[in-house]
Write a protein that binds this ligand. Structure first.
Ligand code: SF4
Length: 361
């Protein structure tokens, strides 16, 4: 299966004499409307069209379930891959009517093992191919178009998996996402959220500087963070923030810092002070997300009082804070919450999706 850009199709068709312009028309048709309707493409020679149909295999994901939240306009899709693996994708509404963000998965499971995340309990089954990432967005976009409900405005890699652990395929998917003949989504509206794979952050900075970077911080204290985010043992948070600063200085784009609040664990004054020291006046926003219950995990949500005290302490210390709404709780699409009811080939399909309506406090 291929994740097609016009340039890639041009390479595939090099011996046929297909022009780049013909490839652009074909890729737009395949990506935006599906391969089955190639006969409708204008200004492409019949021989080139037929040969494209023979050479290009376009895969599909099967929609197993579609669950719409009764509490907010979040929709979660469970999608089956060709090997029986199940991934999840969340359609997230933006405040502006008719605009949506697609929260995509980049892997089946995840190798990072974060202690507060349901996906982390699965381990990693495999990376998703670039076309499987694209297909998640296409499924949501097709439904929005068919129901005239709006359009996909952005993409966030915050579903199953660590996107920088599958960076080659994510970068290929990014090409198709932003290509005017592909999904035609502005790369500035694409966010990659990582626990802090420093070489991946530097590679992303060099190769896809328009994409937005988000870091999952969880704690600024090394011993606590190592317990919650094992990657801390390989790339300490200070090194991760240093890489994020390089991204910021080279791209001019603000970095988003996601912070999952675990009641009684990482919401005290000591943590606020450690965060202030870590950021040291750097203009990055800290997005506070309340942990949502995952069966069997020992954490709890912060109380309103805890949350407010943490928020106030950060404010006093000059750390810019944004509160993030975590939607779709009733359908198990909220941040850190969930265990998919669908089975993976070998493991229970557990994962998290996330958030997104922002309210600045
Ligand atoms: S929080 Fe992200 S990186 Fe950590 S285990 Fe979950 S999916 Fe993987």
């Amino acid at each position: 299966m291929q994740a097609l850009t016009p340039e890639r199709l041009h390479e595939i068709m090099a011996d046929t004499g297909a022009t780049l312009d013909e490839c652009r028309r074909l890729v737009a048709q395949i990506t935006q409307r599906g391969r089955d309707v190639l006969s409708g493409v204008r200004n492409v020679r019949a021989g080139v069209r037929d040969e494209t149909a023979r050479r290009v295999a376009v895969g599909a994901l099967k929609v197993l379930t579609r669950q719409a939240s009764a509490e907010d306009p979040f929709v979660k899709f469970a999608l089956e891959c060709h090997d029986g693996a199940v991934i999840e994708t969340v359609r997230i509404p933006l405040e502006k009517p008719g605009r949506f963000v697609v929260c995509v998965s980049s892997q089946v499971g995840c190798a990072m093992g974060c202690a507060f995340c349901a996906t982390g309990e699965m381990g990693l089954s495999r990376n998703l191919e670039a076309w499987e990432i694209i297909e998640q967005i296409r499924i949501v976009a097709r439904e929005l178009a068919a129901t005239k409900a709006g359009r996909v405005h952005g993409v966030v890699f915050q579903g199953m998996g660590e996107p920088l652990h599958n960076l080659d395929n994510v970068l290929t998917a990014l090409e198709v996402i932003r290509d005017p003949c592909g999904l035609a989504i502005d790369a500035r509206n694409v966010t990659l959220c990582t626990v802090g794979l420093v070489p991946g952050i530097d590679r992303l900075t060099a190769l896809a500087p328009r994409a937005r970077l988000a870091i999952s911080v969880t704690s600024a204290r090394a011993a606590l963070r190592r317990r919650l985010v094992p990657m801390e043992g390989h790339h300490p948070i200070a090194e991760v923030i240093a890489a994020a600063k390089r991204y910021h200085s080279q791209t001019g784009r603000l970095v988003m810092l996601a912070y999952a609040m675990l009641g009684g664990v990482n919401t005290d004054d000591e943590e606020a002070e450690a965060l202030a020291r870590l950021l040291d006046g750097w203009p990055a926003r800290l997005s506070l997300i309340e942990w949502n219950p995952v069966p069997g995990q020992p954490w709890r949500r912060p109380t309103d009082d805890e949350r407010q005290r943490f928020h106030d302490a950060l404010g006093r210390l000059g750390v810019p804070v944004v509160r993030r709404y975590s939607g779709g709780k009733d359908i198990g699409a909220a941040c850190g919450q969930l265990a998919s009811e669908t089975r993976q080939p070998e493991r229970s399909a557990r994962r998290r999706a996330s958030w997104m309506l922002e309210e600045t406090e």
